[in-house]
Write a protein that binds this ligand. Structure first.
Ligand code: NDP
Length: 293
């Protein structure tokens, strides 16, 4: 298929690579053009100077931008009119359901199908093609573009109508934030009381308090103090706020989700735009005046 990929950020790059490696004819566009040029150098991948030029000829357009508002902005900036009738837009942004529904309605009138398809599994999962992809939209549209999604996704789940993929992703992210924050508090308190974090994690990871945070993120990124920058805290902040908004819209009391969103926002302000999500532990370490290492 002819595929256009818009948004060559931390996770977009390896996803786009996998689409090209799967044999699709790929054109890429990135707002900062030098990143697209670096990405395509020495390959058969085409670089389009503008988003409308990237999408004009594509059967499938994949977007992977920071927020749904960014996707809407790019569409409003000429890409909307340039989309080929009968094509499909797969939005892999971790987006918000309300904006996705608005975009889908506009595209439907133009005979372009929209699928919200946020992903989970991190940069490593994207490189290995093992991402979980949560899709919202029409089942037939999803089936038609599955060969593209399968290039980067292993577990592909149809969650419901447009917006359902975004909603599941946001709640997953709220759980991620809650477990990182909770594990931070536990390990800082234990470190201060004299228990080594290595010993604490050995026990927790063989017990009922374990999570992806305790099993993978803390051993690999916190204990080593490596803190690789793979997923920005700013984006987790955005995700947790989407989750809290969904709960509010549905009138479901969700104090833990709201608190996690607020704490992510505070950490985001303290640690800055480029901090990784796992660096949120540094805020808890400062409060507790003890380090997890
Ligand atoms: P990055 O911050 O690394 O990259 C963001 C990308 O979006 C860049 O290509 C950036 O362009 C582009 N962009 C942002 N705003 C605009 C705009 N207004 N117009 C055009 N382009 C824009 O983010 P990631 O790649 O990490 O994340 C992308 C999406 O995937 C997010 O929704 C994130 O939540 C989600 N995600 C990320 C994961 C990860 O591990 N990193 C895991 C799972 C989901 P430019 O280069 O010009 O800044």
């Amino acid at each position: 298929m002819k595929v256009a990929f818009l948004g060559l950020g931390a996770i977009g790059r390896p996803m786009a690579h996998r689409i090209a490696r799967a044999g699709h004819q790929l054109t890429v566009w990135n707002r900062t053009g030098s990143r697209a040029a670096d990405f395509a150098r020495g390959s058969e991948i085409d670089v389009a100077p503008t988003a409308p030029e990237a999408v004009a000829d594509a059967d499938v357009v994949v977007t992977c931008l920071s927020t749904s508002a960014d996707v809407e902005e790019v569409l409003n900036d000429g890409a909307f009119e340039a989309l080929r009738q009968g094509s499909t837009l797969i939005d892999c942004t971790s987006g918000d359901p309300a904006t996705s529904k608005r975009i889908a309605a506009r595209l439907a009138a133009w005979n372009v199908a929209f699928i919200d398809a946020p992903v989970s599994g991190g940069v490593k999962g994207a490189e290995e093609g093992t991402l979980t992809v949560m899709c919202g939209g029409d089942a037939d549209a999803i089936a038609r573009v599955k060969p593209v999604i399968e290039a980067f996704g292993k577990k592909i789940v149809h969650c419901g109508p447009v917006g359902a993929g975004d909603a599941v992703k946001a709640m997953n992210q709220a759980l991620l934030a809650i477990t990182i924050l909770g594990t931070s508090e536990a390990l800082v308190a234990l470190a201060k009381s004299g228990v080594s974090p290595q010993v604490a994690l050995e026990v927790i990871n063989a017990s009922s308090g374990r999570s992806n945070a305790s099993m993978n993120l803390f051993p690999e990124r916190v204990l080593t103090r490596a803190f690789p920058r793979t997923f920005r805290l700013a984006l987790l902040d955005k995700d947790a706020r989407i989750a809290a908004q969904i709960a509010r819209d549905e009138k479901v009391p969700a104090p833990l989700t709201q608190l996690a969103a607020d704490l992510c926002s505070v950490a985001h302000m303290e640690l800055g735009e480029e901090a990784d999500h796992v660096e949120v532990v540094k805020m808890v370490e400062r409060w507790g005046q003890a380090e997890v290492q």
